[in-house]
Design a protein around this ligand. Structure first.
Ligand SMILES: Cc1cc2nc3c(=O)[nH]c(=O)nc-3n(C[C@H](O)[C@H](O)[C@H](O)COP(=O)(O)O)c2cc1C
Length: 419
């Protein structure tokens, strides 16, 4: 999602905070405060149901601007479409099952749902509801629809709910929600000028025209990096193996099947790139001579000879020049030793290692537990988090490596000029 502020002045960006009719509506006040503390302006938009839980006056007092309600918007002074255009982000917190369903369908029967349809800014949603409502297949499908469209969802957490039951449905921590939005809003544009080449997904190595060797990569990590880099102003070329994810809007996409095709596409794209993020799970081997026709079932099993596929990451590192290279390691055992060895052997700037042996990390899930290995030997173990969040942290490191490089080269130039 490429995003610019459209601001005529240099004032802080505006976050539109949509508040809906949840028992957790009072927590929106805490979110508004955390956002303002973080350096943005906040405009609150309330659904009629939200007004049954908190008063517009609470938000006016906190934000310094009247909350936008159905009544206030009937006058000429507030155009909600203008508000949608002006916003750097729309955050709906708490988001009811009802509002989530409407946005998933594109219904627009109140100001907030109209704004949700009208805005081109990044959208964030923090659901809060009863555990059964959240677990209902309808709600789950609606949340999945929003995610697939690039909406960031702050997953509700487990805990005691206002209805007396306990389970997943409680609004995520207000501070965490605010920080997540601030990261996007305040960083929008910090990677402008960078051209990312991101690889993602598995490869398919044909055995015959109907069978192939592949792996369990879903492509989510690479797609999350591509989307996050676009949101932060970079150009993105995405070279992707076969996955079932929608391409992030704004990415230039090259679709490939095999490791050799991926290697060629990467070779072609490297010269125009400044940052390489190699998140694809390229098959290490491929059948030496794929059969031209389907191998018939007969007595005994056929023998399939394998040969090594090109090592795309290693080659990229050999020709890296001033580019920043991020590699990934997926291991099922002895993660740290393997990752350190890979970092040293390949010479990447940042290696993101993840343990794919646990069900909540690595392949085919929304979350990841990773360890960062930096070229200077530093390591950072991260807790379990969404791949979107991890993508943002990876980009923070890319940014830091770039700034460090610039400082170093300015330092070198200064020394040279002073001689
Ligand atoms: C006391 C009370 C608490 C409610 N809490 C929630 C809630 O936490 N989450 C939710 O999805 N709906 C909740 N509802 C139901 C919503 O208020 C209802 O679906 C409403 O139509 C939502 O409208 P809105 O999404 O336009 O704000 C609650 C209703 C009542 C009466």
């Amino acid at each position: 999602m490429r995003h610019s502020f459209h601001r005529a002045d240099d004032r802080p960006p505006i976050v539109l905070l949509g508040v809906t009719g949840s028992i957790a509506a009072y927590k929106a006040a805490e979110i508004a405060r955390a956002l303002i503390r973080g350096g943005v302006r906040v405009r609150v938009v309330m659904t009629p149901a939200a007004e049954r839980f908190v008063t517009p006056l609470t938000f006016e007092a906190l934000t310094g601007s009247p909350a936008i309600t159905e009544r206030s918007a009937s006058g000429p002074e507030i155009s909600h479409i203008a508000a949608a255009r002006e916003a750097a982000a729309l955050l709906i917190a708490p988001a009811t099952a009802h509002t989530i369903a409407k946005i998933a369908l594109g219904l627009a029967d109140n100001l907030l749902s109209e704004i949700a349809l009208a805005t081109t800014a990044p959208v964030f949603v923090a659901p809060a509801m009863n555990v059964e409502m959240y677990g209902h297949p309808a709600t789950q499908a609606n949340v999945a629809t929003l995610r697939a469209r690039g909406v960031t969802v702050f997953d509700p957490v487990a805990g005691e709910l206002a209805c007396g039951e306990s389970g997943v449905g409680r609004l995520a921590d207000p501070e965490r929600i605010a920080q997540g939005v601030l990261r996007t809003v305040l960083k929008a544009g910090d990677l402008e000028g960078e051209s990312f080449l991101v690889t993602a997904g598995p490869t398919r190595e044909p055995i015959d025209p109907v069978r192939f060797i592949s792996n369990r990569s879903s492509g989510r990590m690479g797609y999350a990096v591509a989307a996050a880099a676009l949101a932060r102003g970079a150009r993105v070329r995405l070279v992707t193996g076969p996955v079932s994810l929608p391409a992030p809007p704004g990415a230039e996409v090259t679709r490939v099947e095999t490791g050799s095709e991926m290697a060629e596409a990467v070779d072609r794209a490297i010269p125009a790139s400044t940052v390489l993020v190699m998140a694809a799970a390229v098959s290490d081997w491929r059948p030496e001579s794929p059969a031209g026709r389907k191998i018939k079932k007969g007595p005994g099993a056929p023998r399939i000879d394998l040969v090594q596929n090109p090592d795309i990451l290693e080659k990229a590192c050999r020709n890296k020049g001033g580019r920043i290279v991020v590699g990934f390691a997926a291991e099922t055992d002895d993660l740290l030793a393997h990752a350190r060895e890979k970092l040293a052997r390949k010479g990447v700037d940042l290696l993101v290692a993840n343990d794919v042996s646990s069900p909540d990390s690595g392949f085919d899930v929304e979350t990841n537990r990773a360890v960062f290995f930096m070229a200077d030997g530093a390591e950072e173990s991260l807790p379990l988090m969404t791949k979107d969040r991890l993508a943002d942290l990876i980009l923070d490191h890319v940014r830091a490596i770039r700034l460090e490089g610039e400082t170093r080269s300015v330092g070198a130039r200064d020394r040279f000029e002073n001689q």
